[in-house]
Design a protein around this ligand. Sequence first.
Ligand SMILES: NC(=O)c1ccc[n+]([C@@H]2O[C@H](COP(=O)([O-])OP(=O)(O)OC[C@H]3O[C@@H](n4cnc5c(N)ncnc54)[C@H](OP(=O)(O)O)[C@@H]3O)[C@@H](O)[C@H]2O)c1
Length: 268
Amino acid sequence: MSFELIIVGGGRMGSALAEGLLSARWCEPGQLAIVERSREQREVLTEGFTGVAVLASLELGHVGPGTGIVLCVKPDHAEGAARLCAAVGVTRLLSVVAGLSTARIEAAFAGPVAVVRSMPNTPVLVRKGVSAIAGGSHVTAGDLDWAESILGAVGTVVRVTEKNIDAVTGLSGSMPAYLFLVVESLIDAGVHQGLSRDVSRQLVIGTFEGSAALLVQTGESPEELRAQVTSPGGTTAAGLRMLEGRAVRAAFLEAVAAAAERSRQLGR
Ligand SMILES: NC(=O)c1ccc[n+]([C@@H]2O[C@H](COP(=O)([O-])OP(=O)(O)OC[C@H]3O[C@@H](n4cnc5c(N)ncnc54)[C@H](OP(=O)(O)O)[C@@H]3O)[C@@H](O)[C@H]2O)c1
């Protein structure tokens, strides 16, 4: 029996995608399969995804002319998994594998294959991710629409060229960690000012969520929103002056540059 979509690798990312796709009614459970080599994880998936085929390996009969693959394994396993896809006649593949170029995936196939590479981030686990997609050498507009519809089930999608994927990795790929560091530091700062950790946590996380909603819902720029809370000579101005003096802006520029460069190194 062939499937509409097969997710290869049913770990954190593969499960999040399966959940998003089924919630968005992208396909019926019976049209979706997850190939997962870990027996324990297959048991978890079978329990969690009623009606979805959970398979130990990818076989010839699973792949029909329209079957798409989403490659969701760790980078070390990805080229091996791509070769298995090639052996069963896959012609369209979306990869979420960090650092693996479309050319390297294409090289696993004897003939032309439509490969779309993506860089999602961890908020896809709560269907609030941001993913960038880039097409390989045999990709059509239809293939990009297909990939966008899949990742769109777990958040928003932007299209870039593949040479920008390392920049995306350094920015939105790593950004949840940058922001969690900011949140962590601010919670500590509240404690240093005499607040209990619990109160500080509530204040910081609530403000984080509210500020993100303000940005999204008002459509105003971050500069405008920052100016609105910065009275001349006031408390926020005093705090911001300290942050500028400590070169926080430059630190973020350098952090994204370092992460993007590390992504380039890992891809080589
Ligand atoms: N998690 C994120 O937020 C995130 C963000 C951006 C990109 N990514 C990318 O997403 C990919 C998956 O990450 P993850 O966190 O979901 O990894 P994960 O939790 O380790 O899941 C991968 C699963 O695939 C299985 N597997 C490996 N080779 C297989 C094969 N040939 N056939 C079937 N199953 C196979 C693994 O089994 P074993 O445990 O037995 O190896 C594991 O259960 C990575 O390449 C990563 O770069 C993840």
